[in-house]
Design a protein around this ligand. Sequence first.
Ligand code: ADP
Ligand code: MG
Length: 704
Amino acid sequence: MRPARLDPLFAPLVTLKGVGAKLEALYQRLLGTEAAPRVVDLLLHLPSGIIDRRARPTLAEAVPGTIVTVEVLIEKHRAPPASKSRAPYRILTSDETGDLTLVWFYAHKARMEQMCPVGETRIVSGTIELFDGIRQMVHPDRVMTAEQFATMPLIEPVYPMTEGLGAGLIRRAEEAALTRLPKLPEWLDAHLVSQKAWPDFATALRTLHAPADIRDFAPEGPAWSRLAYDELVANQLALALVRANLRRPAGRRNVGDGALRARLAAALPFALTGSQQKAVAEIAADMGAETRMLRLLQGDVGSGKTVVALMAMAAAAETGRQSALMAPTELLARQHAKTLKALAGSVGLEVAILTGREKGREREAILAGLASGTIPIVVGTHALFQESVRFHDLGLAVIDEQHRFGVHQRLALAAKGEAVDLLVMTATPIPRTLVLTYFGDMESSQLTEKPAGRKPVDTRVISLEKLPDIIDGVGRALEAGRQVYWVCPLVAESEDPDSAAGDLAAAEERYQMFRQRFAEAVALVHGQMKGPDKDAAMARFQSGDARLLVATTVIEVGVDVPAASIMVIDHAERFGLAQLHQLRGRIGRGETASTCILIYKGPLGETSAKRLDIMRETEDGFRIAEEDLKLRGEGDLLGTKQSGLPGFRVARLEHHAPLIEIARNDAKLIVETDPKLEGPRGEALRDLLYLFGRHEAIRLVKAG
Ligand code: ADP
Ligand code: MG
């Protein structure tokens, strides 16, 4: 039960003055919450910058990339022509030292003219940028007359915005939210707080939302660091509680005599690589120990994780216990089932599949087989969590592509058995800080070698203008009997009405185009297709009946068609680095030399250009993961910096990484000294877990 003192913070946002039902939906989008946003969600939505009106630089002095307040003369309006209403509205301004163009998208002419009459001076605040050598400010935060300016606070936070929620609205809502802050007990260690000179939680929030000085706002400063640390501790504590709960001695060993594994190894059509053998041995050692296994299996795309998992499942089967493998998508679950069936069948191990699609009698039969224990291995999606799924004796849970699941799901699966060993497979090599952040202290096995016979992929970056040439090239490849993936960012244009270009290569459209040219050789697969249609398309491609597969990113993870040797990624500039790497990992698996073509639509932003360069330079997954981390947080959309760790609202890797280790040790100590969170600090820490949405871990404390 959530302590009552937190109630004001967990009240719906609409209880704040000025936030009505209409705005609620906008706030939900802005704050990215799953349900209706609450006061705490808004409070943890920190400003993205500060306007400091004390400094009033001339245009020549204003530093590009910073938020400035400048006084300018309005010279000229440039409204977009009626035929191009999506073009920006510009106002040309100047002072004695230079020029500045103010830019708005979707502006009303009349309103603009009223706000900025030609010949008058205005004081404007916003981020100055250089665009082709021209100074400009996109969507100024404020445009004021001298009289208005005189009434403004000299220091004011700026918030990340969303359409329909302007800076002023958010600012006023934050002010109202701050008044709801109750007095909370300190949950951090007193020594640490005084050593770091950190303020308490409420003071830190007030400081960031209403800074008295620009330095108050620095991410490395005491206020932000305090909150970042709070968030990191909440996260580490939740992970530590999960771990403590899972690691309690189970008193049973989930490995048998090795006979099945030996037969399986002999039946494999290939020899395991050195690092596969090592991983198999590490896993078997864990499974054979008294405590539960909690191990991460990291390996780049195509490094052969599935067969390692299978060996672990065989070890469990030797003791008569069952294994479950959970994949993030249905497509991937089917793929895994197919691979596993082919390999396990040779030693008589049955593999069943259970997703949302198995229905009726088929489903009943599978559920019955799992409950009676006649099915030793089941592969599925999150359908495996459901209440109705009961195992006779689950010994091993394997979770593939874990970054898509939360702690919660991991627990749910592990709770399906008495002492389930847990193996988590991730495709992207994750740097240590991130492993710690998302998994806590976990053992890890790494597949560092690629299976023999892999050939490097030739990666090319080509402009969309060359599309006809690329299509001709694909035609020649198809004639030569090769198989091609063609990946598009969206299913249909209507999905993304905001895309200014409006000309995204939609999979459907490309598919129609290719059908006309290559007829039956083309298949289409995307996330919105019905399961059986998806399967049919994949099966046609897998069998070689279809040779060109037009797809969205549903094929990003795990799909394995070794004969495919060409990967074309349409609008590659729209994809993240990790995603591009995953996609490229689909090829280079067979005999023929493979080619990856990254089609981009120019002009490229700096970050996208860098991403494509890295793709061209390297196939090393670890290097790509590191570069990806560096590049993220340099999003250049309208100058709003989108940085941070996925799933974290306050902590920023680039500023707070050193705090992660401290938080880890802190959490470890807490769990050792007060595992049930019963002491005074433990009680306070429960508040912390609630505030940062990590309270599902509290259930464990109760259970234990
Ligand atoms: P991933 O790590 O991306 O999940 P998979 O497990 O899907 O990789 O393996 C990719 C492909 O490599 C599969 O076709 C698999 O059968 C094959 N493979 C796995 N291990 C080896 C090996 N040691 N030698 C040759 N091929 C292998
Ligand atoms: Mg895989």
